[in-house]
Structures are given as structure tokens and as C-alpha cells.
Design a protein around this ligand. Structure first.
Ligand SMILES: [Zn+2]
Length: 186
């Protein structure tokens, strides 16, 4: 799995998409929408909560059904039924699906070594129709190790987190600048 830092950035990107679609002026209204941001960040990380069971019960449930397209669709539907975050049914489904789906996209490109090396872990995208793991040949994100507390707080994971802060931070900086320019010009 990729680190929570990577998925948290993706949740932030989904929030920027939400702000764009609902025409929110973030500079003036960001306090009002802090809860929306927290929910989307949580949703972008949700698929990895299965690793808790691995820590507690030492059984490998990780990257199972929670990392599938069907679960992303069901989660988007269920959340839209509870709260239409973007006002309308379809806009809300889209925002929730993008938040959850961002997790699948990042994990699709996650592996042990960066580059074109077929080292991605893969995820069961088409569960339950296929249990095959799908991953990109091109690895863009370092995977973090887990399964025990010592693995979780290892130097390799610290390295992965630093890389994510740099890689996703640069993309986020670009997105924020682009949006600020757009707001100023309109
Ligand atoms: Zn994951």
C-alpha cells in the first residue's frame, strides 16, 4: 500500500475538485467546508483500514475487496444516500467516487521500486468477478511495509513518507497555484 500521506493529498485534490464544481470561494469560506475536506480525506484513506485487522489478528486481509471498483461504487452510493455532499445526486456520487477511487489509482501505481520494473503490488480491481491483482508496470509511488509495529515505523516507511511529501506536495502546489490564478482571472 501507499502511505496515508499520498492518499491524504489525493483527498485534498478531490476537495479542490468539489470546490470547483460547487463554485466555492475557498479563501473566504474554507472554515465552513473543513468538515467536507475531512470527510473526503477520510474516504481517500478508507480502503486501507483493512490493515488494522492484519495488525490485530495477524491475518492478511489487506488489499482485498476494499481495493475494488465495486466497493468504490457501493461506498459512493451509500454515502450519497446519507449525505449529498455536492447538492445533487450525480455530483455527490462523482465526488465520493473520485475520493475513494483516487486510492485505487495510487495503489495501482505503487510498488517496491520506482520505474518501469513490474514491481507493483497490484489490487483486485474487478473483485468479485476476478480475484486477479492488477498493477501498473510503471511504479510511481513507494509502497510502505506493514504487518507489525516495527515494520510500520521502519526507516523504509519514513523514506516512503518523505518521498510522498515531496512528490504529492509538488503536484498539490501546482494545483493550488493554477486554481489561484483561475480565481484571480475570473
Ligand atoms: Zn491501499
Amino acid at each position: 500500500m501507499a502511505s496515508p500521506v499520498a492518499h491524504t493529498f489525493a483527498g485534498l485534490w478531490t476537495f479542490l475538485l468539489f470546490a470547483e464544481r460547487t463554485k466555492i470561494r475557498l479563501r473566504d469560506e474554507w472554515r465552513r467546508y473543513a468538515g467536507h475536506l475531512c470527510l473526503l480525506v477520510f474516504l481517500a484513506n478508507l480502503a486501507d483500514l483493512d490493515f488494522i485487522s492484519e495488525l490485530l489478528f495477524h491475518k492478511n486481509y489487506h488489499r482485498g475487496f476494499s481495493h475494488s471498483l465495486l466497493t468504490a461504487i457501493l461506498a459512493a452510493l451509500a454515502l450519497t444516500w446519507i449525505w449529498k455532499i455536492a447538492g445533487t445526486f450525480w455530483s455527490s456520487i462523482l465526488i465520493y467516487f473520485v475520493a475513494y477511487g483516487s486510492h485505487l489509482v495510487i495503489d495501482f501505481f505503487t510498488g517496491m521500486h520506482l520505474g518501469w520494473n513490474h514491481s507493483s503490488f497490484g489490487i483486485p480491481l474487478f473483485w468479485p468477478f476476478s480475484t486477479r491483482d492488477f498493477g501498473s508496470d510503471l511504479v510511481l509511488v513507494y509502497g510502505v511495509t506493514h504487518g507489525s509495529m516495527s515494520a510500520l515505523f521502519s526507516l523504509a516507511n519514513l523514506h516512503a513518507v518523505c518521498y510522498d511529501l515531496f512528490f504529492f506536495g509538488i503536484i498539490t502546489g501546482g494545483l493550488v497555484l493554477w486554481r489561484a490564478r483561475y480565481v484571480l482571472n475570473n
